[in-house]
Design a protein around this ligand. Structure first.
Ligand code: AHR
Length: 516
């Protein structure tokens, strides 16, 4: 039976998790907005048209910040189309998803929805087909209190108080040729810094994220971050990262390992950002906003799935159905984010409802949890606190990961993949120690022996496992809880910390508390 040991110390900290690490993403894409969070006429709709069943699941999922309105969509979006009397809003062709956008739902409705779910809004401005002028107008409309044409327009639209949106994204994936008006790093850097400068003149309290590469495998990765930050360094707080993990190769072991590439990606972006700072002899540290991450591949490169004929409104596209296997990889990504809490200060699960999402709905029907819902909900609820530096000694395996956007060799030889991937979060207020642990061995349980130095004697408060003997098991409308957490037995507190046996191919949450 494979074994792993873990050594941690209450005083050795990676960093405090920022509230914004537990974010998600709502894009005007498929049925994410229309038929997802917003469906007037649905039996569960409230007076705003927000689905109450979805609101309840969102609260259970626990996202803290929500990115909106895109994604690729934002690169052609006129924010001003989406405000004012709904009957007068224009219908537009959306070239990102080959759909018709009705604009029935816009920025003000999104802010109301955020207030209803108690999440912070994160807004993106269009730096594709538009520029700094539209960005500053949108900010003035949203955040300026009153007394100017744009702020008074918001008031006449029914929102007297400013929205006070703090977190803004300067465009989306501007390095990608699929983007409307994609740009070179220099072109984007120039537009982004001018937009940022004006936006901060209007509201100096905002925080800004510049676009990083749309993936680690982009041919311009690295040089892009360097150039963009050279332009924007003085005006932004964050650089963004995006990653979608895949199993195109049908290689489960490599798939389970691939979340480790997120660790490499984060380390590389940190190094580049700090090199830009070093060239300036600056002690400013650019933080990372991992504002799109998930598993996504089945509905990704299939044109028929993305493009329906006839410019439909809210077509059912990118409706990825997640398996048990996906939930494990997703859990690995959660652990990668937690273990970089010192520099990743915001992150958004892409996306929230129906579109590559933890929550599925039937238009006119019920809503249910996909497999990936569970690791996220547990991370958001129990991942708040100080992430501890864990010394892990685990048996490992070799894997090659296939990534189809790679420029030259589409296979990556991965660093050795330890069977155990783990994050440990100490909640100083309660004294609790929460462990998130993935056993990547496909057929054998993993014995974990954990020493928690400088902790008082510990007792097991709760232990749950996400495990299914069929790695292709999914949740459906008719069988919504086929993959769901169940109690993890055999977890024991020891004199030094804790011992557990993690089932093969399992995600686990173990919560320890000071013994009475
Ligand atoms: O999340 C789906 C899409 O993936 C987003 O619109 C885009 O930013 C990314 O390529």
């Amino acid at each position: 039976m494979p074994q792993a040991t873990v050594l941690l110390d209450r005083n050795f900290t990676i960093g405090e998790t920022d509230r914004r690490l537990f974010g998600a993403f709502v894009e005007h894409l498929g049925r994410c907005v229309y038929g997802g969070i917003y469906e007037p006429g649905h039996p569960q709709a409230d007076a705003h048209g927000f689905r109450r069943d979805v609101l309840a699941l969102v609260r259970e999922l626990g996202p803290t910040i929500m990115r909106y309105p895109g994604g690729n969509f934002v690169s052609g979006y006129n924010w001003d189309d989406g405000v004012g009397p709904v009957a007068q809003r224009p219908r537009r062709l959306d070239l990102a998803w080959m759909s018709t956008e009705t604009n029935a739902f816009g920025t003000n409705e999104f802010i109301d929805w955020c207030r209803a779910t108690d999440v912070e809004p994160m807004l993106a401005v269009n730096l594709g087909t538009r520029d700094g002028d539209a960005a500053r107008s949108m900010l003035e409309y949203c955040n300026h209190p009153a007394g100017t044409a744009l702020s008074d327009l918001r008031r006449t639209h029914g929102w007297a108080a400013p929205h006070a949106v703090k977190f803004w994204c300067l465009g989306n994936e501007m390095d990608g040729p699929w983007q409307m008006e994609a740009k070179t790093a220099t072109e984007y850097g120039r537009i982004a810094v001018e937009a940022a400068k004006m936006m901060k003149w209007i509201d100096p309290t905002i925080e800004l994220a510049a676009c990083g590469s749309s993936g680690r495998n982009m041919p311009t990765f690295g040089a892009w971050e360097d150039t963009v930050l050279e332009h924007t360094f003085d005006y932004v707080e964050y650089i963004s990262l995006h990653t979608y993990l895949n199993n195109y190769a049908g290689d489960t072991a490599a798939f389970l390992g691939c979340a480790d590439l997120m660790d490499s990606f984060i380390d590389e972006v940190v190094a580049i950002a700090d090199a830009v700072a070093a060239r300036r002899r600056s002690d400013k540290r650019i933080m990372l906003s991992f504002d799109e991450w998930n598993v996504w591949y089945r509905t990704r490169r299939v044109r028929a799935d993305r493009v329906k004929p006839g410019w439909p409104v809210a077509p059912p596209i990118l409706e990825e159905i997640y398996t048990m296997e996906d939930a494990l990889v997703f859990g690995g990504a959660c652990i990668s984010l937690l273990n970089h809490a010192d520099r990743v200060k915001a992150a958004c699960l892409a996306q929230l409802v129906n579109v590559i999402a933890p929550i599925m709905t039937e238009t006119g029907g019920p809503a249910w949890r996909q497999t990936i819902f569970h690791p996220f909900a547990q991370m958001s609820r129990f991942g708040r606190g100080r992430v501890l530096r864990a010394e892990i000694a685990s048996a490992s395996y070799a894997a090659r990961y296939f990534d189809p956007r790679g420029a030259i060799d589409q296979y990556y030889d991965m660093p050795a993949v330890p069977y155990l991937k783990l994050a440990a979060v100490h909640d100083a207020a309660s004294g609790g120690l929460n462990l998130f642990a993935l056993n990547r061995h496909l057929t054998e349980a993993l014995d974990v022996d954990l020493a928690a130095r400088s902790f008082p004697a510990l007792a097991v408060e709760q232990a749950l496992t996400l495990h299914h003997r069929d790695l292709k098991a999914i949740n459906t409308k008719g069988d919504p809880d086929r993959v769901a957490p169940t109690p993890l037995t055999g977890v024991a507190a020891t004199d030094a910390g804790m011992r557990a046996s993690l089932p093969p191919a399992s995600w686990n949450l173990i919560r320890l508390k000071p013994a009475a």
